[in-house]
Write a protein that binds this ligand. Structure first.
Ligand code: MN
Length: 322
């Protein structure tokens, strides 16, 4: 048996004390069996997690709180305080094993200025690599003007913003009678892909050209659609909106994606061919996907040696300053 290819993984989740009630809100999206199993794995920073990483060659896992975290908190002051506690908790866990773990900040997006300040603290003082945001917060998406202070700081810090799926503020009628579609099977892809397109078409990357966005799940299907975004943008009802570049250009300047939760060759090839081999990064989505499946798949996927090194290791090293 050959050794697995060396890897960094960056959609790898944990659970912090005091955050399980927020996590329980996702029980409407996930089967009770997986939910129970996941909770144990999420709280382990020791032997089980390391053994899973070792088995597929993951040298470093960049950890993020399993959502929605304080983004589901109704009291903004509590959200700000608990986000800070979460980041301190993660920093203490990373300090026990700093060669194997990195971190993404958890932020209270209810208060954009406090979120920007906590991102700065997390990057500069705690050594984190960026931030993971679990979709909308009280109905606000990241293209909202209130988040200019946040994007400006993230760009100044060169800190990537990873948008992780969560639910929309209400259950859209199109899911009526189809609870199986509301969650990871489909609605999270729609919600998160749409969130990213709000940023592109809302001109966030014109205002903050150095901002960096990461999407999981092989880009939430967006790489498949790039030509059509450009083509239909030409004839759509744009209102007064303008962009400095073609919509697809932002996918070559501001956006990266991970393989988290997708272990199949066709979308991998599509993401690489559409966005470039330097913009796709291996991830597992631990513990919601099986590491051995993700690891064996990427090791044998139809990539050149150069592409595989970029996807498994080099791109994350460079983007996350590891
Ligand atoms: Mn995930």
């Amino acid at each position: 048996m050959t050794n697995p290819v060396a890897k960094i993984a960056l959609e790898e989740h944990f659970m912090a004390p005091g955050f399980i009630d927020y996590f329980n809100k996702t029980s409407i999206n996930i089967s009770p069996e997986l939910f129970g199993k996941a909770l144990n794995a999420l709280q382990d920073f020791g032997e089980i997690r390391i053994a899973n990483m070792d088995s597929i060659g993951v040298e470093k896992a960049v950890l993020s709180l399993s959502g929605p975290g304080v983004q589901a908190e109704t009291d903004t002051a509590v959200a700000v305080r608990k986000a800070r506690e979460c980041n301190d908790f993660l920093a203490a866990e990373i300090a026990k094993n700093p060669t194997r773990y990195g971190g993404f900040a958890h932020l209270a997006m209810q208060d954009p200025k406090a979120a920007a300040d906590e991102l700065e603290r997390s990057v500069k003082e705690l050594g984190f690599s960026g931030v993971m945001i679990n979709g909308q917060t009280n109905g606000a998406y990241l293209d909202d003007d209130r988040y200019s202070v946040f994007w400006e700081r993230a760009a100044d810090l060169d800190a990537p913003v990873y948008i992780h799926p969560y639910n929309p503020p209400d259950v859209p009628y199109m899911y009526h009678g189809h609870s199986e579609l509301f969650g990871p099977v489909w609605s999270w892809t729609v919600e998160t892909g749409n969130h990213a397109l709000r940023l592109v078409f809302g001109g966030v990357f014109d205002r903050f050209p150095k901002a960096k966005l990461i999407l999981g799940h092989m880009g939430e299907t967006l790489p498949y659609q790039l030509w059509r975004f450009d083509s239909r943008w030409e004839i759509s009802n744009r209102g007064s909106k303008r962009l400095d570049m073609k919509p697809s250009d932002y996918f070559h300047r501001n956006i990266w994606c991970t393989t988290a939760g997708v272990c199949s060759d066709e979308p991998l090839r599509c993401a690489i061919d559409a966005m470039g081999a330097e913009r796709v990064m291996f991830s597992v989505d631990y513990p919601f996907e099986r590491p051995e499946e993700a690891g064996k798949w990427i090791d044998a996927a139809p990539l050149s040696d150069e592409e595989r090194t970029k996807v498994c290791y080099q791109n994350a090293m460079e983007l996350l300053h590891l």
